[in-house]
Design a protein around this ligand. Sequence first.
Ligand code: ACO
Length: 432
Amino acid sequence: MTKQTAQLTIDGNTFALPICESTTGEKALDIRGLLRDTGCITLDSGYMNTGSCQSQITYLDGEKGILRYRGYEVADLAEHCQFIEVAYLLLTGELPTAIELAQFKNDMTKFALIHEDMIHFFDHFPPKASPMSILSTMVGTLHDFYPEMDLDEDPYGGITTTTARLLSKTRTIAAFSYKKNMGHPLAYPRPDLSYCSNFLYMMFDRPNLPYTIEPVLVSALNKLLILHADHEQNCSTSTVRLVGSAGVRLYPSISAGISALWGPLHGGASAAVMRMLEKIYADGMNYDKYIEMAKDPGNPYRLTGFGHRVYKTYDPRATIIKKTCHEVLSTLKISDPLLDIALELEERVGNDEYFQKRNLYPNVDFYSGIIYRAMGIPTNMFTVMFALGRLPGWISHWQEMNLGKDSSRIGRPRQVYSGIPTRSFVPLGERH
Ligand code: ACO
């Protein structure tokens, strides 16, 4: 079969570009030989139209609202799986058998504690240190406390001591960062609890104030983590791959991904949504003011929680999160005015031509904060929750990048230089 090509004409010379097809039928122009053949590079700020790798982990179609991990619909996984089952799927490519899952759960228990010397680190952050800075620092530090084994540990990646340790210990670090922020004594992980129950226990159990683990919250947390577990080449995942491509080991590569996620345009959006809803509430539910501000071309203000770089329809994750939000609030009989505001805002935005024309729908961050609030998780921990969910995705991409064909190639984008072409040097005394 002849391979399809695209023709590119530059200055009257025509070049053939191979067309590479994905397993789901999308086409990509393979420009890897472009510079060599034509002397040209491509310009694509924000990588809006650049495929940086070939990946077998996650498929998403933003036009149709499809998100699949290793071929499975995310809605099915969120409905039927435990988060660690999905982590196993992302890491190995297959859902675990009952025996494999039991073994993996055992690993989560075995590796839940962190080295006691690391605990002293928590004491030396300033009292109001951001839980994200603590998380990123501590995850990077794991590299020194648990010197990683070489890739030889398991040439196929997947579940290794290194990856299981990271998944379990990051949960402990996340909960401890909250305790540190609150000035509360640490609650050590319990071997009898599941991944999500254990996290809630470590967050909220206090001496003389034992925490009751609500099943509806465990189930909601489980769904939230699954829905955040991977999202192909977003800013933080690409950061993990790019940093890892320099030969940086797993833990510091993940630490870099955590820092990338911190940004308000990425993982920081759910906290920004809560601030926006609180502002609308404090402003006497003046929806029009915020909607008009967002529509004003002269005003950079945007309605946070609406729009997505890839989804041009309802984010499939947002559908599940909205439903879960209702379940949590009704089961726990919580009345949160922010949910009413969110629903009303969504309704008004949905009927507004500006948002309709631009395909701006609620994204994953729009309703998730209201669930976290019901759990008692403060706004400054929302991005930490996102990081906890995204961890299996980051690890899977780091492994795939390291074990892939291009593993020896450092990530190195090009640029179109826009500065002064050349100047004659002026000695210090002659400069004015
Ligand atoms: N409110 C108002 N207008 C918006 C919004 C919004 N939330 N989002 C996009 N628009 C408008 C833009 O002003 C632009 O209008 P124009 O064509 O008249 O100039 C148009 O829609 C397209 O916007 P872009 O910025 O080109 O879209 P892009 O795909 O690059 O941006 C992004 C996606 C960054 C998420 C954007 O929708 C946004 O800023 N949303 C609010 C922040 C947010 O919720 N971020 C979380 C994303 S989810 C995640 O990262 C996990």
